[in-house]
Design a protein around this ligand. Structure first.
Ligand code: TEU
Length: 557
């Protein structure tokens, strides 16, 4: 299997990227119209969130027809055109395959509801227990994970919304259907796929209550998961050379991720995991307010980087996506140091071992939404939790504060292309309000050679030029430093040192303390940084607020 270590991937949340026809919804022709911008940035692949026919209860993650493009996004022709125009500019398209579940509007589920036994067995139907659902498992979007069907006096499993019914992967026919879908899209010329929550597809033989949790331990990295992924690979994308694949792995383990992504396992090219994005969950509760735990963030990255490095796994690197608040607002300072902290976060991530992902808008400093009323939110998880927290007795103000920090809509506001009324995104009314942060736009960044965008271009170039960044080993430096996140990448004699200050206060980095060559400028060549030049003081580097630097260590004897 090819490794993609010199590649950078850009995630497009289609609904919010670019609206070409004034209906307020981003669409495929909109993406095509912005390809020059993406080429300029220098990315290699564009991952599009699901564009298939869907009732859009979960913005396309509830697929009703995997073979058709949803009319709100355009047509199959539009997608084919996008694929070929992207190819001309050296970029491949990756589609998002949601195979853990389908929409309850999908023909298969509709047939199941009519009692057709063939299609009932496409899903997971079970009898209830003691007048209630079969198990106490919780849906990821709140409430019990079983939906009741009175006609059968049975329940179907939905790990996500009740309109997203889990598929029965035990059934060979289901798996055959899914291979056909992947092969259909491969023939259309796509370069790869992202597989949504794909480590949840293998359910246990028996469905029993979880006395100590929400049920996830029974189906996460489930019993047949590696077998299923190997078969999927063999029967579909594994037959087309250089297809790039990434699996979204929910609550997973390092050991499983090594297997999912090791080239010799023939499963996937790389994997996402989310452990590092739970460092601001108070006692594991997302719907709480807490500053992020910097030490935990470092420890988690260290654990995954070292482990994947040592065992040959491939990590997809990311700090933001459409399910997360914006990294700049979450881990940086979008008020006082927006530029510095955006560049710092980008550097820390992109120089790690793995394949970096840029989430749309991140490349010019988009922030959280800063919505102030529940009417502005669109996300099914956010509105579900608004009601749950209300029922728990929290007051409105507190709930809105929590949503401001945690809602998935923070990442879903439309791209701020410019500062006009519709921000260059739409000539109509956007489906969700724009972020309330003033002044941020792609246009502003494109005019400024010191912009966040210009910095991302350099970061991407650096990865392409530098084999140490592509494939050097990883080692953290100063594990317990309270403000700095630093690491070394090493390939044979070549060493690259990355130092990032995650805070607004100046601190020192002392090379001598870490067994590194003497702290003189001659020994440390700056490859990239977000301040003009390094500030040396008595053999130490003075690291200014949110400063970041990539240094090539070149000791002068
Ligand atoms: O997300 C999977 C998932 O579990 C989370 O990222 C989830 O949104 C988070 O834990 C909630 O706190 C994927 C998609 O990326 C997401 O948009 C879909 O809603 C979900 O699967 C269901 O398909």
């Amino acid at each position: 299997m090819k490794n993609f270590n010199d590649s950078v991937i850009y995630q497009i949340y289609v609904k919010s990227f670019m609206d070409s026809n004034g209906d307020g919804l981003g669409d495929i022709p909109g993406i095509t119209s912005r390809l020059d911008y993406l080429e300029k940035l220098g990315v290699d692949y564009l991952w599009l969130t699901p564009v298939f026919v869907s009732p859009m209860n979960d913005n396309g993650y509830d697929v009703a027809d995997y073979y058709k493009v949803d009319p709100s996004f355009g047509t199959l022709k539009d997608l084919e055109h996008l694929i070929s125009e992207a190819k001309k500019r050296g970029m491949g398209i990756m589609l998002d395959m949601v195979f853990n579940h389908t929409s309850t509007h999908h023909e298969w589920f509709q047939k199941a509801l009519k009692g057709d036994p063939k299609y009932k067995d496409y899903y997971i139907f079970r009898k209830g227990k003691d007048g209630g659902p079969p198990t106490n498992w919780m849906s990821k979007f709140g409430g019990n994970a079983w939906g009741y069907v009175p006609e059968f006096d049975e329940y179907y499993l939905h790990l996500f919304d009740k309109t997203q019914a889990d598929l029965n992967w035990e059934n060979q026919e289901v798996r055959e259907e899914l291979y056909r879908i992947v092969n259909f899209w491969l023939k259309k010329g796509v370069s790869g796929f992202r597989f949504d929550v794909v480590n949840l597809i293998s359910k246990p033989d028996e469905f029993v209550d979880d006395e100590i949790g929400d049920g996830r331990r029974f189906y996460t990295d489930g019993p047949k998961i590696h077998q299923y992924l190997k078969e999927l690979n063999r029967r579909s994308f594994g037959q087309v050379e250089d297809t790039i694949t990434v699996g979204e792995m929910s609550s997973t383990t390092l050991e499983d991720c090594v297997r999912y992504s090791h080239p010799e396992e023939d499963e996937l090219s790389m994997v996402f995991n989310f452990h590092h994005l739970k460092v601001d969950y108070d006692e594991g509760d997302k719907w709480s307010l807490m500053d992020f735990d910097f030490q935990a963030l470092k420890d988690i990255f260290d654990h995954w980087q070292s482990g994947m490095d040592e065992h040959g796994g491939n990590m997809a690197l990311f700090l933001s996506n459409h399910d997360q608040p914006r990294a700049l607002s979450r881990f940086g300072d979008d008020e006082n140091y927006p530029k510095e902290s955006a560049k710092m976060l980008a550097t820390t991530l992109h120089m790690l071992k793995g394949i970096p992902y840029i989430f749309q808008g991140e490349e010019f400093g988009m922030t959280n939404a800063y919505f102030t009323s529940i009417e502005e939110y669109r996300d099914v998880e956010s509105t579900n939790y608004y009601n749950i927290l209300k029922k728990e007795g929290l007051d409105e103000e507190k709930i809105l504060k929590i949503l401001q920090a945690k809602s998935r809509d923070n990442g879903r506001t439309p791209i701020l292309w410019n500062s006009d009324k519709g921000h260059g995104f739409t000539t109509g009314t956007p489906w969700i309000p724009f972020s309330r942060k003033e002044g941020v736009s792609a246009e502003r960044d494109l005019k400024d050679e010191n912009s966040i965008f210009a910095y991302y271009q350099k970061l991407i170039q650096l990865r392409k030029e530098n084999p140490v960044i592509q494939s050097g080993s990883y080692e953290m430096v100063g594990k317990n430093h309270k403000k700095l996140f630093s690491y070394l990448r090493t390939l044979e004699e070549k060493r690259v040192l990355v130092i990032s200050n995650f805070y607004g206060e100046q601190v020192y980095f002392d090379p001598a303390q870490h067994g590194l060559p003497e702290g003189i400028p001659e020994n440390y060549k700056v490859l990239l940084g977000n301040y003009d030049a390094l500030s040396w003081e008595n053999g130490k580097i003075s690291v200014r607020p949110y400063e970041t630097m990539v240094l090539s260590i070149e000791p002068h004897k």
